[in-house]
Design a protein around this ligand. Sequence first.
Ligand code: NCD
Ligand code: ZN
Length: 346
Amino acid sequence: MTQNLTIRRPDDWHVHLRDGAMLSDVVNYTARQFSRAIIMPNLTPPVTTVTAGTAYRQRILDAVDPSLSFEPLMVCYLTDTIDADEVARGHAEGVFTACKLYPANATTNSSHGVTDIKNIYPVLEAMQRIGMPLLVHGEVTHQDVDIFDREAVFISDVLKDVVKDFPALKIIFEHITTAEAADFVMAAGPNIAATITPHHLEFNRNAIFQGGIRPHYYCLPIAKREKHRLALRNAAISGSPKFFLGTDTAPHTVEAKQSACGCAGLFNAPYALEAYAKVFDEEDALDKLEGFASEFGPRFYGIPLNDGTVTLTRKDVSVPETLDVMDTKIVPFHSGGTLPWTFSRS
Ligand code: NCD
Ligand code: ZN
């Protein structure tokens, strides 16, 4: 049985770091485990200009522990009125790695999101031309579509057309949660990929209602049925370079989660690699973890693989019930539990 697994230093291709005091209190959890991270732009107001992206990147770098080397990869938030030239300039100047499509009101801080995909066709045209990836929150937002169907309907009503109309555009379908999404990505061309979170690999929708309502299992896209979780596990361990690591770590204070209208998102950064290692081990696929965590992402984005390694050791680690942030608490994923793998920077 493998006791120590040493892999190339990984990256996290989907992270919410927030801003201000929250940023300072959460960033080093990600920086300790990952060399680079794609930083989601859903701040208030969202990051929609080169100036805002540059300033946010600097605030992140200022908050990182200087003993950790960490590179934030910035993302531009697409709005109905975003200017294609601004996006292209941000990419040319090395500020923006990618753009994020949030359908309007799909999730936390997405009220400025896109109301009709046709509104951003000029931007998608430019992105296709310059090879800039489009990161997609793949859910329709109409209230007449059941919350558990919103990802599958997004594929048929929106994503299929985008792929057809922009056949060379690099697209990353973020935090996929359904068999339909895994199948769609697998069958698509090499310019279509997906990220998969640890939580969607670990629990299904029953966890949200286990003996009562459990706000710490609520995230968007919402966890689906068991058959979907199993499809995601198959995709993650398949060895296909189309599927790679993106935690979607999304910190909210305990007050914001435990509320009559609680926020969506799990804070999984502190034990992210331990959680993925548990899943790959359960699937007898530890040999597939390095590709998923450290190789497929940079290859898809077209950037060099990291130097250096990290090690996971088969040794229990206890996850605290809460962690201190901003004069209050945050409840991490696996709160109060134990994970069978321990992470160390090797
Ligand atoms: C994210 C957040 O809180 O910013 N929440 C979540 O449930 N994943 C937004 C997102 O990625 O949808
Ligand atoms: Zn997210």
